[in-house]
Design a protein around this ligand. Sequence first.
Ligand code: TYD
Length: 273
Amino acid sequence: MNHAASAPAPHVLSPHDPARNGPEPHLDVPLLPAPHGHSLRVPSPHPPRRGVFISFEGGDGAGKSTQMRMLRDHLVSERSVAEDLVLTTREPGGTPLGESIRELLLHGEHVEPRAEALLYAADRAHHIATVVRPHLARGGLVLGDRYLDSSVAYQGAGRELEPEEIAGLSLWAVDGLLPHRTILLDVPTTALDERRDTVARDRLEGAGRDFHEAVREEFLELARADPERYAVIDGTRPREEVHAQVLAAVSEVLSLFDPTFEPVPPPRHRDEQ
Ligand code: TYD
């Protein structure tokens, strides 16, 4: 692993087509040259053509699940979005196959880094093809607890593999699909340590402080490289305040879903009031 905070920003995850809801681009980015003139090609990253896809990222214990649930409840109760139009899902998991892969990855024995990266990518490929894409195709809203940025951050930054390779692998697995918006709940590693249950840690949660610090840095770097897709929110704030920030961060993309949605202004921090 030779990744450092000063490494060039990963470009592979920036959407090729800035017209967020436009037609899917067909430009391919070569990943690996092959001996006989063929190459494994990675499709350009792009948001879905229909529906809205929002992902939540952050370290273990950053509050993603809570914030996803609060956003879903807000949409259903206060914005009258039909319950069956809002899909909340997670990776690894989200399908029966994915739940088995999750069990192997998080509670099984040691998995070699390349095998681990492939298992996360396999889970994702199946989840996106069988659950997420069909929901988006009917114009639905998908709230995802982790997506390919987690692979880049965890497998790329914390292990011996390169973030660019991991990004290419995952983009291939999902045929280039990127969320419209990614909420990064940023929490310092020391604060995450305190939040996590010290008894019931899974394999990755039990990894060392340096590993989690590298994961955090990689997430922040991904966010810096694509400020249009990412919203970085201070996850140490009280949860209602974080929720208000999440609402402001998704307000623009929600108008893709329903043009009658009123924009929500960004809230001010309590200590600024
Ligand atoms: P998560 O479901 O957020 O854990 P929990 O519900 O226990 O808080 O994520 C499970 C773990 O999987 C987490 O430690 C991060 C890891 N992970 C990866 O390493 N790579 C990936 O691509 C994904 C999606 C998750």
